[in-house]
Design a protein around this ligand. Sequence first.
Ligand code: CAA
Length: 240
Amino acid sequence: MGRVALVTGGTRGIGESICVKLKLKGYKVVANYGSSDRVAQYFTEKTGIPAYRFDVSDMGSVIDGIGQIEAEQGPIEILINNAGITRDGTLHKMPAENWDAVINTNLNSCFNTVRAVLKGMRKRQFGRIVNVSSVNGQMGQYGQANYTAAKAGVIGFTKAVAQENAGRGITVNTIAPGYVDTDMVRAVPEDVLQKIISTVPVGRLGKPEDIARAVLFLIDDDADFITGSTVSVNGGQYML
Ligand code: CAA
């Protein structure tokens, strides 16, 4: 059996695609989810991948959840921080709870999960961590001060943790997806979304598999010289 890989927010959208691709490659995949038992049950029936419910924004919940996964499935050697939410709206009207919810779920979650798996990875001298950011963390986005701050934070976090653990066989990288065809993106008002798509040189939304492919590349055992990088998968929407 392959290495144990945990994908947060893994039961639908980009996370689901990552789970499926990793399983096909022989990894022992475990999904985390935050709210819908019904979706998680359907996901597990369809894919055979176990799903564990815990709140990535809460340290206690993460420690319990990861403890249970490691007891039941083995040590986590690969961590994909994919869970994320949006609470879009312009800043002058943004309630503090929408700021907090997005920072906690999209950025503090990375602290919580990485902190929980890092000790084991350092001891075993192997680890692959991929944090999912966003093109909007790189370029900013009208109506997303909370989301862009969190996703830009993920990029800085990745670089710091990559430096700290490079000597221990652990790589830490960011993937910055563009607009991908998921429920999250489909929630953007249609006229706004069409305008955004018109700025994408490839001329379409991304597919979840486009992101999953990049994850597979970064977590390979042989990808040990790639760390602290930000891999943009955005159809050319933003070129750094
Ligand atoms: N640049 C400049 N002006 C813009 C604009 C932009 N990008 N987007 C909207 N506006 C303008 C509108 O044209 C409108 O102008 P008028 O009043 O002159 O008609 C005005 O802003 C509306 O402003 P409001 O403050 O009233 O906006 P609102 O409270 O209705 O909120 C919004 C609008 C929620 C921000 C809405 O525009 C929206 O949902 N935008 C999309 C945000 C987005 O791209 N989210 C990405 C979600 S998917 C994701 O995050 C995944 C990922 O990683 C890529």
